[in-house]
Design a protein around this ligand. Structure first.
Ligand code: AP5
Length: 216
């Protein structure tokens, strides 16, 4: 049976950073809904143009569009053994849709790590983030700087600051998270799969806690 791990947590808490590490450690695919949208925006696809209207305002992309995109991604061969889901689901409707999709794929959610940090930590992390244009590798000007300013260590591509990382958009993203995604915490707590992870620790320590939590 394929194994899926759902990473829950507010904007900027480190889901993407941890999902990459965990996917490599567990030899599972990494599915980031945010990265998929940004890829579509970069390629100027119809989905990307539509999603951009919401992302630039800090709002969620409508459920039907998001669910369709994830269903298509789950159908790719690298998800046969399972995946780390980073940024999906984000609403109760998406969580229900995921249950149905996983039933079709003979998959199951094995754990739901919920990474937390106070709002001032989130704002500081998002404000210092630099993202690689080619593959979305993530850096922080203080906590995880690239070896050469403005250049990705891994693929040499340019680093940029995301359009939705402006202060006013970040405030909106956090509000949307509290209103629309927080209900999933109770939903997954009831399944017994939720495990809280202190996201304020350095990357390596969060990673250690996460690995031991999902191995239990
Ligand atoms: P998305 O890209 O998913 O954004 P997000 O959830 O807001 O999360 P972020 O990418 O901002 O942060 P992260 O938690 O991954 O942190 P990171 O590892 O980068 O979504 C963007 C938009 O797309 C949404 O607003 C929405 O419009 C749309 N969307 C996406 N999914 C959707 C869905 N399911 N439904 C509808 N719409 C959807 O780390 C942040 C920074 O901190 C980095 O600089 C990193 O280097 C640093 N850092 C990480 N961990 C640590 C640490 N432990 N200590 C110090 N620094 C750290």
């Amino acid at each position: 049976m394929a194994t899926f791990i759902v990473l829950l947590g507010p904007p900027g808490v480190g889901k993407g950073t941890q999902a990459r590490i965990l996917a490599e450690a567990k030899k599972l695919a990494h599915i980031s809904s945010g990265d998929l949208f940004r890829e579509n925006i970069k390629n100027k696809t119809e989905l990307g143009n539509h999603a951009r209207e919401f992302i630039d305002k800090g709002e969620l992309v409508p459920d039907d569009v998001t669910i369709g995109m994830i269903r298509e991604r789950l159908n790719r061969p690298d998800c046969k053994a399972g995946a780390i889901l980073d940024g999906f689901p984000r609403t109760p409707v998406q969580a229900m849709a995921l249950e149905k999709m996983l039933a079709d794929f003979n998959g199951q959610i094995s754990a739901v790590p919920y990474i937390t940090a106070p709002e001032e930590v989130l704002v500081g992390r998002i404000g210092g983030r630099w993202t690689c244009r080619l593959h979305g590798h993530v850096y922080h000007q203080m906590f995880n700087p690239p070896m050469k300013a403005g250049v990705c260590d891994i693929d040499d591509s340019e680093l940029y600051q995301r359009e939705d990382d402006k202060v006013e958009t970040v405030t909106m993203r956090i509000r949307v998270y509290l209103e629309q995604t927080i209900p999933l915490v109770e939903y997954y707590r009831k399944t017994g799969k939720l495990v809280e992870i202190d996201g304020t620790k350095p990357v390596e320590l969060v990673s250690k806690d996460l690995c031991s939590a999902v191995s239990k």
